[in-house]
Design a binder for this molecule. Sequence first.
Ligand SMILES: Cc1cc2nc3c(=O)[nH]c(=O)nc-3n(C[C@H](O)[C@H](O)[C@H](O)COP(=O)(O)OP(=O)(O)OC[C@H]3O[C@@H](n4cnc5c(N)ncnc54)[C@H](O)[C@@H]3O)c2cc1C
Length: 466
Amino acid sequence: MSEQLTYLIQSLDHNEYSYEPEVVSNHSIDWRKNFKGNASIVIFPKSVEKLVNVIKKCNEKKISVIPQGGNTSLVGGSVPLENSKKFQAIINFKKLNKIINFDPNSFSIQIESGCVLEDIQNFLSKKNFCFPLSIGSRGNCQIGGNIASHAGGTNVIKYGTLRSNILGLEAVMADGSFFSSMKNVRKDNTGYDLKQLLIGSEGTLGLITAANIRVFPKPLETRVVFGTFSNIEDLLNFYSKIRVNYHDLLTSFELINSEAMELVIEKNNKKRILKKSNFYCLIELSNFTYNVDFFGQIEDFFFKSIKNTEDFIFSKSYEENKQLWDYRELIPIAETKVEFCINHDISIPLDKIGSFIRKTEKEVSLIDECFRIINFGHIGDNNLHYNIFSADKKKNKKLKQKQSTLNKIIFENVNDHGGTFSAEHGVGQLRIEELKRYKTSFEVEQMRKIKKIFDPKNILNPKKLF
Ligand SMILES: Cc1cc2nc3c(=O)[nH]c(=O)nc-3n(C[C@H](O)[C@H](O)[C@H](O)COP(=O)(O)OP(=O)(O)OC[C@H]3O[C@@H](n4cnc5c(N)ncnc54)[C@H](O)[C@@H]3O)c2cc1C
């Protein structure tokens, strides 16, 4: 056993670490299997004190620390580097998973960072509350990972971003010092808000150990409407209409294009439940006050507002809600069944989405007519997942060769349309070049300076973001 390994595990219990090659290897590969690193150990600290102890040792010996939650990052943020010359230790938070305090009177919950998102949702649901974050990876991802990657998901349209719902935060910093700003107040105007720097820092500034987060009353009933649109403009106009009519009863508005829908039907053996169309939207409306005929009112509104050429389905139960949501949530799973797919997670101002889609599609098809575009996303939040695969498997080699050309087309168009190259997945290892290209040099320089202040020895998630 190496000297560093012996030193690191000295104060840990046997069930707080593993250097078994199989265990380490499982934690060293990302969800999409695009990034595989070579760490020497995975540590599962059971308490903040144990974590502090380990981080102090890592800082002293300049050991690279890879913070890891549920390892569902789609940008290679949560796995070690492939060719690092440094000793790399993964710190996985799954054993720091207590619900510390739920306060229904102040609508907040204090949780340790290793709590799995779905467990928090289920805990709150039983108490008639809901958590303001919902993402497809909810069964695996942890709240610490959600905060560090500033996850978005399907409910931002209703509850706002995770950042806007975090009241307090605790973290262990690179030198082992403990940062605590575990407030339970809505207003705190006391100078620089350091916790904001940790939110979205992707494990490069500190290790998040706990948070205090706002919660909301659970809707009394929720209805899902799934429908077709022949063009994106009609879909976006309908979005405006529904937003005006239902404002904060609208809890999700998701877009799915025809390629995404066909993929889900084919790869996940789903039934075709709507007539074939260019675009589909999945709308979730929630009733928070006792409203006698919420469902009847929704049907009335839709029948008055949509063209009779469109096809719409209305859920009638919680079970049917889930069945309709499946068509949206199974898209990332369907994509993993395609031999090769290039993924992008972008944001475009709503009024420019139509122009972006048309221009980019034309430019992609000029490279090869077999290249197909999967569009889906949280369109109410301007967020579009823009992924490319080849309809002809023989063209996969060409698709790989053209990857950087295609990325350039997409990101230049995103930039020209006033959008961003990463809407919710973050930067990780995947989007380092784009960060340098599309952020101003002032921003990049200041980010580097902040990193140096928080982590002068560069031990926390090195070579992620920059
Ligand atoms: C099927 C599927 C659907 C998804 N849908 C969405 C979606 O709708 N919206 C969305 O935003 N994302 C989505 N994602 C991406 C991913 O689930 C989110 O980014 C999620 O927030 C990551 O959480 P995690 O616990 O898995 O973190 P990890 O993947 O383990 O880590 C993510 C980043 O956070 C850092 N980190 C983890 N824990 C800590 C900690 N305690 N302290 C400091 N740093 C830490 C890691 O180093 C890494 O940089 C999806 C992923 C999958 C596989």
